[in-house]
Ligand binder design. Structure first.
Ligand code: NAI
Length: 424
């Protein structure tokens, strides 16, 4: 069975469309990169004749990207890339666009989630846009017949790029995909500032608790972890970092954070935020030593960083104590609180808004020019870096919008930077 568009499933589609449109309009006001690209796309129609299949977090900024791509001439089918991150009103507003069909709905179960991906694939996309690679995986597993007509794909996040590279290494990736995550304009801003700001904001809004004076354990000191750690320290929390990579552990140490193995950090933390993109980072042994009342949140892509099955087994009971907060009561009286079911907290908590709009403007600016690139040049199957000039193009639009000027290399400087024979 495949899903029907969101509009067919809502009680009051008109009211949802209106509230979704308000959210999209507000976001668009603050997305000058996509605005500039939309103007170009409207005039030049680079995506005319393309069918885009998208699996993304369907919230307001994604909607601005989707409408920008539609303005470039594409027909689009979209669904969510996480069962809890869709804003139904935004999904409904998108579905009202003649060129867009949205299947995204918040709170779907696993079957419904994958049915919606199938519904998007039924549109026979010529280009895919993924956040986490579920669409690419479903096409390769169940619809290999479509691959010949697919020009390529774009992948938004670290975990998706990791999965794609693993697939590529196995010789199993049969069409080209751009690693949008890996561009400077994406991961130096989105993963660091976006995840940092929005994860802390979502945790604060979900719990109404202060950061000041708390010990915050950040698992993973990659791009997301750096942002979470820095923003938590900025809110007067004491930050402890856990890592498995010696260089990243050292970097966290040199930034002034305490670095501990999770076995030790578990006993001292008040709030735990996982950002590893890995699995089983917080497990039964760690739950055993945690303090009463701790908060457990995940900001990595999948909900497997905190072992919730082990916590359920360990707990005598569990109950929702606030929207988005599930308290697990242990036999010795301690209570551990899991936020947003261990799904990425900045998008899946009940009041989560996702990354700040300006940050998503950059990430989605790179998405938009990468989709355009797939229509202009042909690439071999496999994972590809986004051409650097496209990333620079997006940065230049943003600087222009901010009214920031920068210097240019002189001819002599360019020559010097490319030479090896100027010594002392
Ligand atoms: P990254 O690769 O830069 O950082 C991950 C870090 O975790 C690495 O330093 C690695 O050594 C460390 N790590 C791995 N296993 C560990 C373990 N067992 N214990 C402690 N540390 C461990 O990746 P990045 O860009 O920071 O992304 C992390 C995750 O966040 C990915 O799943 C990514 O898809 C997701 N993400 C989430 C966003 C959000 O909105 N919540 C936004 C962007 C990325």
């Amino acid at each position: 069975m495949t899903a029907s568009p969101i509009t067919d499933r809502l009680d009051d589609p008109a009211a949802s469309r209106e509230s979704g449109r308000q959210k999209i309009d507000w976001a668009r006001e603050h997305m000058p990169i996509l605005d500039a690209l939309r103007e170009e796309f409207e005039a030049e129609q680079p995506l005319a004749g393309e069918r885009l299949g998208m699996a993304m977090h369907v919230e307001a900024t994604t909607a601005v990207l989707t409408e920008t791509l539609a303005a470039g001439g594409a027909e689009i089918a979209i669904t969510g890339c996480n069962p809890l991150s869709t804003h139904d009103d935004v999904s409904a507003a998108l579905d009202a666009n003649d060129s867009i069909t949205s299947y995204a709905e918040r709170g779907v179960d696993d079957d419904e989630y994958y049915d919606a991906i199938e519904a998007v694939i039924d549109h026979e996309p010529t280009i895919t846009v993924d956040d986490g690679m579920d669409m690419v995986a479903a096409i390769h597993e169940d619809h290999p017949d479509l691959i010949d007509s697919i020009k390529g794909g774009c992948e938004e996040t670290t975990t998706g790029v990791h999965r794609l590279r693993a697939m590529d290494d196995d010789g199993a990736l049969d069409y080209p995909v751009f690693a949008v995550n890996d561009t400077p304009m994406k991961h130096l801003f989105d993963n660091v500032h976006g995840t940092g700001e929005s994860s802390l904001a979502a945790i604060a809004m979900t719990t109404n608790l202060s950061w000041a004076g708390k010990t915050v354990v950040v698992a993973g000191y990659g791009f997301c972890g750096r942002g979470v750690a820095k923003k938590a320290a900025g809110q007067n929390a004491k930050v402890v970092v856990t890592e498995v990579d010696p260089r990243r552990a050292l970097e966290a140490h040199m930034e002034g954070y305490e670095v501990l193995p999770m076995d030790e950090a578990a006993a001292v933390g008040d709030v735990f935020i996982t950002t590893t993109g890995n699995r089983d980072v917080i497990t039964r042994d760690h739950f055993e030593s945690m303090q009463d009342g701790v908060l457990l949140a995940n900001a990595g892509h999948f909900d497997i960083e905190i072992d919730l099955d082990a916590l359920s087994e360990l707990a005598e009971s569990d109950r929702e104590v606030r929207p988005g907060v599930r308290e697990y009561a242990l036999s010795d009286g301690r209570r551990l609180n899991v936020l947003a079911e261990g799904r990425l907290v900045n998008l899946a908590a009940p009041v989560a808004l996702g990354h700040p709009v300006e940050v998503m403007d950059q990430s989605f600016g790179v998405q938009a020019v990468s989709v355009r690139e797939l229509t202009e040049a042909s690439y071999e199957p496999g994972v590809h870096d986004v051409p650097d000039e496209l990333d620079r193009e997006v940065a230049e639009i943003k600087l222009d919008a901010e009214g920031i000027d920068l210097d240019e290399l002189t001819g002599a400087q360019t020559e010097y930077m490319g030479s090896w024979d100027h010594g002392t």
